[in-house]
Ligand binder design. Structure first.
Ligand code: GP9
Ligand code: MN
Length: 616
């Protein structure tokens, strides 16, 4: 056996040397070119191993040939691999990001790179050709013998590639669960599955969504428009246009759920400031997040478009090239300056690409903030520092502006320094739930500080504020601990749906507070803001309705097809009576089946077919 393996190695040594060179080069570029940082040994191992499977596959194409052609192909394929790496490097030097398939065709990006190519190319880059020269030398000098094409080789090669890739993915899953389904961030993907496999994955995702777009026809939008017209709700006449010309400040509050509102831990309020703000705002206590795997990005998508995100994956990745008629773009036309402030990498959730499509004037990403060890925790910049630094940015913006600020500290795994813990942790078997309360409390404190500062800076009076929780923070996995907090014996699917409520506040200085019990969701934010600004929404393709409209139907559907009305909750094929919180006959839910289905399916149809390109 050992002798056989040795023989194979000797026979394939030229191929193996080439694979080794390409892997080594990729690893060196990860470290020196793309400056990928690792936090632990496992991540370092992943970086080392992730180029192998794709290098074997790429250079293995030579196995389809014999003799001189085969050896020459090894050199050419290595060169192609190097070119792919190099294009990424140039792109990275310009955008601090990895290439994506649609970007190659998005002319503005490509032109940006072309325009400054002389600044991006460096003499030292020639070192990337060193191995190619060595390989070429070997071929020319005939150092390695010529090989005949083996019948089984291509099959064997595919097998080995698959094996190597499976190994890679398994280790990556340990490091990043749900890596491919959530597809958070390009850097994370590259770090885990390697740059070449990332490109293959990207091509797969993009082509899949392209296909549905190709078969869509302009008449497909008609059904959607008809449905939209049937469901349009007249704005509330008293509030229509009330905020015209005022700044709109949107606070997307990380992982904030409604179950903490007006609750305490050891006698201490969890959200003292929000509780007080609710007393001075319009508050919607039956408001649901409608996100799925796209998490924050899904909530952003819902708010900007009044369309649903995807059932799986993230629409921010799969449909960032679509035509949208987004809120930033709409208010832009009314003279608003539009921006997002969020201290994370701009490519996270593909935001940099999607925001272009939404028409934001500016994305203040991590590069706009001073982030260091002292002011960071968990995912990055602490909320208090984030808000403080954002105030300076707000002040530089032309008025009126529409600005969304996205917080970060209250993110799983809910880490917080001792000094910032203003209340005790909870005491249960779930560390996650236990830690959640102090981080929520901290976020509440940071939001309070933000309000103090906007008042000090004279921003407050000229602005309206929209605050909402982006999605759940505590998953079903922690139900046992959660039941302890809620004082229930066991949580049912009904309780689970109730836990999908997130706080939603509209604070307009000078307005009397009001609590609304209308069942609603993130899909309703866009028409609500439009109407407050005096922009009619009848001609806009959207699936929500104005939260203030007197004609509003108290109803919302979640992305997993559960739905809620004043009377019932439908989830997991069961119908619950809201009053008794017990299961009831399916008949009671039936009248809403059609609406729930159409809302989701027609919204999906718009996205998959890129139908808004047919509608202006
Ligand atoms: C990342 C932040 C968190 O920038 O928005 O994303 P999430 O994991 O909550 O979707
Ligand atoms: Mn989030």
């Amino acid at each position: 056996m050992a002798a056989k393996v040795k023989a194979v190695f000797i026979r394939l040594r030229f191929f193996l040397i080439a694979v080794f060179f390409l892997c080594l080069k990729t690893y060196a570029l990860y470290k020196l070119g793309f400056q990928i940082q690792t936090d632990n040994l496992l991540q370092e191992i992943l970086l080392l191993m992730n180029p192998i499977s794709s290098a074997v596959l790429l250079i293995g194409i030579s196995f389809l040939f014999s003799g001189k052609t085969r050896n020459l192909l090894v050199v050419i394929l290595s060169f192609i691999g190097t070119c792919i790496l190099y294009f990424n490097l140039l792109y990275f030097r310009f955008f601090n990001d990895f290439l994506t398939w649609p970007v190659l065709f998005q002319t503005s990006n490509a032109q940006d790179v072309q325009g400054s190519i002389t600044e991006l190319v460096r003499w030292g880059d020639l070192i990337l050709l060193l191995d190619i020269l060595v390989l070429l030398f070997i071929v020319i000098k005939k150092v390695v013998p010529l090989q005949v094409r083996g019948k089984r080789e291509p099959v064997l090669l595919l097998g080995v590639t698959a094996l190597l890739f499976t190994l890679n993915i398994s280790v990556a899953q340990l490091e990043r669960p749900q890596l491919l389904t959530r597809a958070f961030d390009r850097e994370m993907l590259v770090k885990n599955i390697g740059i070449m496999n990332y490109h293959l994955y990207d091509i797969y995702v993009q082509s899949h969504s392209k296909a549905q777009r190709v078969f869509a026809e302009s008449s497909d939008i008609d059904e959607v428009i008809r449905y939209r017209n049937e469901n349009y709700k007249e704005p509330n006449t008293e509030l229509f246009g009330i905020a015209e010309g005022k700044n709109v400040i949107v606070l997307s509050l990380e992982s904030l759920q409604s179950f903490v509102i007006n609750e305490t831990i050891d006698g201490e309020e969890i959200t003292p400031f929000l509780n007080q703000l609710i007393e001075e705002s319009y508050y919607f206590d039956q408001f649901y997040h409608q996100t799925a795997q796209g998490k924050t990005s899904d909530s952003e998508f819902l708010v900007a478009n009044s369309l649903f995100g995807r059932e799986s994956g993230s629409v921010f990745f799969t449909h960032a090239g679509n035509e949208y008629n987004s809120l930033p773009e709409i208010v832009n036309e009314e003279g608003y300056y539009t921006a997002v402030m969020h201290a994370n990498n701009k490519s996270f959730w593909n935001r940099d690409m999607m925001y272009l499509q939404f028409g934001y004037d500016k994305f203040y990403d991590i590069a706009s903030y001073i982030v260091n060890e002292e002011n960071s925790v968990g995912w990055g910049l602490k909320d208090l520092d984030f808000f403080e630094q954002s105030i300076d940015l707000l002040k530089t913006q032309p008025k009126p502006y529409y600005t969304k600020l996205i917080t970060l500290t209250n993110h799983f795994p809910f880490e917080l320094g001792e000094d910032d813990k203003l209340i005790n942790e909870f005491n249960s078997n779930s560390g996650t739930l236990n830690r959640y309360f102090p981080t929520v409390r901290y976020m509440d404190y940071a939001v309070e500080h933000f309000f103090e500062r906007v008042k000090e800076e004279g921003i407050y009076e000229d602005s309206i504020f929209i605050l909402y929780g982006d999605h759940y923070g505590i998953s079903e996995y922690h139900h046992k601990a959660m039941s302890l907090f809620l004082g229930k014996e066991k949580l049912t699917p009904f309780d689970h749906i109730q836990l999908q409520r997130v706080p939603m506040l509209i604070h307009i200085p000078g307005h009397e507070p009001k609590v609304s019990h209308t069942v609603s969701g993130q899909i309703d934010i866009k028409p609500t803001i439009m109407h407050l600004l005096g922009i009619d929404s009848i001609a806009d393709v959207q699936f929500g309705s104005d939260l203030f409209s007197e004609e509003r139907q108290s109803f919302t559907v979640l992305r997993d097809r559960s739905f809620i009305t004043d009377e019932v909750v439908y989830t997991k094929g069961l119908c619950y009576d809201k009053g008794s919180e017990l299961e009831t006959q399916l008949e009671n839910c039936e009248p809403y089946f059609e609406k729930a289905k159409l809302d989701l399916d027609l919204s999906d149809k718009v996205i998959y077919g890129d139908l808004l390109r047919f509608y202006q």
